[in-house]
Design a protein around this ligand. Structure first.
Ligand SMILES: [Zn+2]
Length: 477
């Protein structure tokens, strides 16, 4: 489906570009456009909207699991908030979702010296049978090690993958290998005959806080209960197993799924002369249930709403700036629906997609932006130079690496051909907090949050008040 949409989108945009060239509107690198972007940037450095939004969101509604009553209420509230900030055409796009509730959970080492373990059930895991599961633990140092044992060989056992602590990196690159374990682990363990699956949390902290996160459906099911251990609990269990005696643990969970509805909140700062041309700024409204979703991803909504507001205060741009708070990003679904991002894509015609000129997603916390990744083909040239002039003074460096994917929310429209940028945030401490009970408002540094708003507002201004065409910059395939 995505491939055919993308072809028609590209065909339509070449006609649009021709029209734009005849009309002769401003280029992003015009001196006046750059001066205005710098002015937007400097005004945004004193922004108060972002901190106000994320404070109210996380305080009024707390955790916002996708499809929950709190996500629904938060969407209604956020729509009103956006209207108050001057957004127009604000509406809520509802879509069906399989939700998940944690319920109660516990884990302990059993035997002569019983010990409680601090765990969190993995999102979309089924619960255990009433009374729980008690069995011997078999430890693996990697997902590959688990995959390599014969099918059925873990009958009556609990599979445990401890691939070691995540390495903290500015780019967050340590996360990917561990999410593979979380996503695929339960299904692989089931194939080997295990009763349940446990893993070391995908996190970089040393605290006794498990990191939840979704596991994946395979053929429409999550076959086994899955749990993440906090880092010190994983250390403890792995040491005990290394002593060579059989280690038995007891696991209990009442987690369950249910049919529900989630909600994208969509609002525009309409364009002055070419309102049909749209720039989409994305983030997600839903959060995990353990914290209050301040860094993941209340901050993203805060940054994008405040950036659009800062742009509108400078003046009405030629193109429309659209902010979308996607209702569901965190949870896997039994079928590949693309969650909130998929629901938004399905609401667009091929012509709409062709008119989506630029998109970016803020979903990596609230620490400072350090790099700009532009769409394929735009790494050098007049636009990149203009962006560099505007962003370098606030510590954002132009990257040689193109942005190609965005994140889970805008992924579906990017797949459909919409040019994507990335404003890369410092991720050194992100995975200390991510998906834990410690994802709370106090972790947001207001000054770094304002730097994010300034970077987003200035970059988006350069595109919104010009006729820059990133599709035209793409190398021929
Ligand atoms: Zn997120």
């Amino acid at each position: 489906m995505f491939v055919s949409v993308r072809r028609s989108a590209l065909a339509a945009v070449s006609v649009l570009s021709l029209g734009a060239a005849i009309a002769g509107p401003a280029m992003a690198q015009d001196a006046a456009t750059i001066r205005a972007a710098i002015s937007v940037r400097d005004a945004a450095l004193t922004d108060t909207v972002a901190m106000d939004y994320v404070t109210q969101l996380t305080t009024r509604f707390g955790p916002r699991p996708a499809g929950s009553a709190s996500e629904t209420a938060a969407a209604e509230w956020a729509a009103g908030y956006m209207r108050e900030q001057g957004f127009q055409n604000v509406h809520i796009q509802a879509f069906p979702l399989v939700g998940w509730e944690r319920g109660q959970e516990s884990a302990s080492i059993v035997g002569a010296n019983p010990q409680r373990l601090v765990v969190a059930a993995l999102g979309h895991s089924p619960g255990t049978p009433v009374g729980g599961i008690e069995a011997e633990v078999v430890r693996f140092a990697s997902l590959e090690d688990l995959q390599s044992v014969p099918d059925g060989s873990l009958a009556g056992k609990i599979a445990y993958v401890d691939a070691g602590q995540m390495v903290a990196m500015q780019s967050g690159a340590g996360y990917g290998p561990l999410t593979r374990i979380r996503g695929a682990g339960p299904a692989v363990a089931a194939q080997k005959g295990a009763l349940a699956f446990i893993m070391r949390s995908a996190g970089s902290d040393e605290h006794r806080m498990p990191h939840t996160g979704t596991t994946r459906y395979v053929n429409g099911v999550v076959p086994l209960p899955g749990f993440a251990l906090s880092a010190p609990d994983a250390d403890q269990l792995s040491r005990l197993v290394s002593y060579g005696e059989p280690v038995r643990i007891h696991l209990s969970s009442t987690a369950h799924t249910y049919e529900t509805t989630s909600h994208n909140v969509i609002g525009d700062m309409p364009g002055r002369s070419r309102p049909e041309e749209v720039i989409v700024l994305g983030s997600h409204m839903d959060s995990w249930d353990l914290g209050t979703g301040a860094i993941d991803d209340g901050a993203g909504g805060a940054i994008t709403i405040a950036a659009a507001k800062a742009i509108a205060e400078q003046g009405r741009t030629a193109r429309t700036v659209r902010v979308i708070l996607y209702g569901s990003e965190e949870v896997a679904q039994p079928t590949d629906t693309g969650n909130g991002g998929g629901a938004y894509l399905r609401s667009l015609s091929a012509e709409d997609i062709a008119n989506h000129v630029f998109t970016g997603e803020s979903d990596f916390g609230a620490d400072r932006v350090y790099a700009l990744q532009l769409p394929v083909g735009a790494q050098t040239g007049a636009f990149a130079d203009a962006a560099n002039r505007v962003l370098y003074p606030i510590g954002v460096l132009r990257s040689n690496v193109p942005e190609t994917e965005g994140g889970a929310d805008i992924g579906p429209i990017v797949e459909a051909g919409v040019p994507v940028f990335g404003l890369k945030q410092d991720g050194l401490r992100y995975f200390d907090l991510h998906h834990t009970a410690d994802d709370t408002l106090d972790k947001i540094d207001p000054e770094q949050l304002r730097q994010n708003v300034a970077a987003w507002a200035a970059l988006v201004w350069l595109v919104a008040d010009s006729d820059v065409d990133f599709r035209a910059m793409r190398p021929a395939e």
